[in-house]
Design a protein around this ligand. Sequence first.
Ligand SMILES: Nc1ncnc2c1ncn2[C@@H]1O[C@H](COP(=O)(O)OP(=O)(O)OP(=O)(O)O)[C@@H](O)[C@H]1O
Length: 574
Amino acid sequence: MAMVDAPCPLPAHCPQVMKTMGLNNAVHWVAWFITGFVQLSISVTALTAILKYGQVLMHSHVLIIWLFLAVYAVATIMFCFLVSVLYSKAKLASACGGIIYFLSYVPYMYVAIREEVAHDKITAFEKCIASLMSTTAFGLGSKYFALYEVAGVGIQWHTFSQSPVEGDDFNLLLAVTMLMVDAAVYGVLTWYIEAVHPGMYGLPRPWYFPLQKSYWLGSGRAEAWEWSWPWARAPRLSVMEEDQACAMESRRLEETRGMEEEPTHLPLVVCVDKLTKVYKNDKKLALNKLSLNLYENQVVSFLGHNGAGKTTTMSILTGLFPPTSGSATIYGHDIRTEMDEIRKNLGMCPQHNVLFDRLTVEEHLWFYSRLKSMAQEEIRKEMDKMIEDLELSNKRHSLVQTLSGGMKRKLSVAIAFVGGSRAIILDEPTAGVDPYARRAIWDLILKYKPGRTILLSTHHMDEADLLGDRIAIISHGKLKCCGSPLFLKGAYGDGYRLTLVKQPAEPGDPQEPGLTASPPGRAQLSSCSEPQVSQFIRKHVASCLLVSDTSTELSYILPSEAAKKGAFERLFQV
Ligand SMILES: Nc1ncnc2c1ncn2[C@@H]1O[C@H](COP(=O)(O)OP(=O)(O)OP(=O)(O)O)[C@@H](O)[C@H]1O
């Protein structure tokens, strides 16, 4: 059970999202240890009672039986943790874990056969080595219970460190000690393997990471850069120099069409530099040297077709996957080596809701704020404000499983903002919600934008236009254009559309021969004469194009250049 639970204990992706939001890895494992131990201690207690009072180990001290089984339970939990980090799929871990578990009995069988069949003498040291498998230590320990029971005295505190067999220097105390050593060894191996081989999600550390000062003392980014990427030929740069180099690179990009000059007067927060990603199981380039800068107080709308690479970019920025090459910095911290530092300011809303069914709206906001180490009083204030902004006051104490899809999405977006997160990644925040909830999410994003930097992916042009201070469009993993909505419309749009509604002429109305000095809309419409209207518009915007003439409407395209020359002003002032 522990093996199935440990690799993916919560809703899919939940541990990753929690880690992105600042969950300490040690806290994650300790929580699972406590859960496993509480469950197993019930079995241990029941088994102790059965063994003692069911006349199986009737002479042995009840506390020693419980202690022996409890220590074995601890070693077994740690063994499950170890197996769980070896496999990225829970079912595979449980299947293989069972086999590995039974195979670990082999040393015990070897010792037992040599001792009992071949009558060889096995030294305590050899037994300690064999006991590095917890099941072997358990088997050897159980043998002492049996021997003392047969002798009719059972294991007592004074016989705990003695063997009833003459010349045998191993005993139950050594078996229990070895079980504790096993638990510690499995724990260390779990910690190491998870760090260098984090499975499907997470950034692998180099195999020598325990030797890195930066791992133990934090920060030390220059050292981390050097150690983690020894093949990087580029000269070592300070963070400021890196940011400047990154900004210069993007300035070079501006020279190409579709790249607006960047708002360099704002603080640079996210600097994506030639990010490339090739998935192991899909050899094609998911990201192809993507470079993008994000500035404070801005929302950047990330647009692109399905499979363009939006989610991949966001996953790399949030530390779910490592990039194949290239890098990115967030607040000057490198995503490859300083994710723990970055996570203190990072908020994310993944494409699919990752919520706990059995927690309420309020509990979710509280939990994620606490992950960010926010003080209790501040949490209460922020929670009240956010619940009001979400229009979820009446659902404050409702379990998430009772919320509608739109409400769940609103909560997921709100979670990205709690706890003072300043770099926010929103992956299709309004996917699958009704227009009303969509509007509420828009309002929330706009309200919480000041002081933050937001990257928002969407498939909706109107959303990108309305929310985005800048829009970045990617295709096949490459940035195609980036700039303000107005800039992109100017660069790629075919102009402005002018639609005139024809006013039906009322019976007895005198037919006006042409346009008068009366308000232009009314004059044009009342005439309902397309040539005259067109002639009037062409007087001010010579290159206007009539695109439709129906019984109720006239529609024209006015080229963007006309706006720059002030032609629109003259047209509408008439
Ligand atoms: N885990 C994965 N393993 C292999 N290939 C993947 C994986 N995730 C994404 N890809 C591939 O990487 C490319 C980019 O996918 P990504 O999910 O980043 O696109 P997207 O722009 O977010 O698409 P959508 O708008 O549909 O969410 C696609 O070709 C996709 O097939």
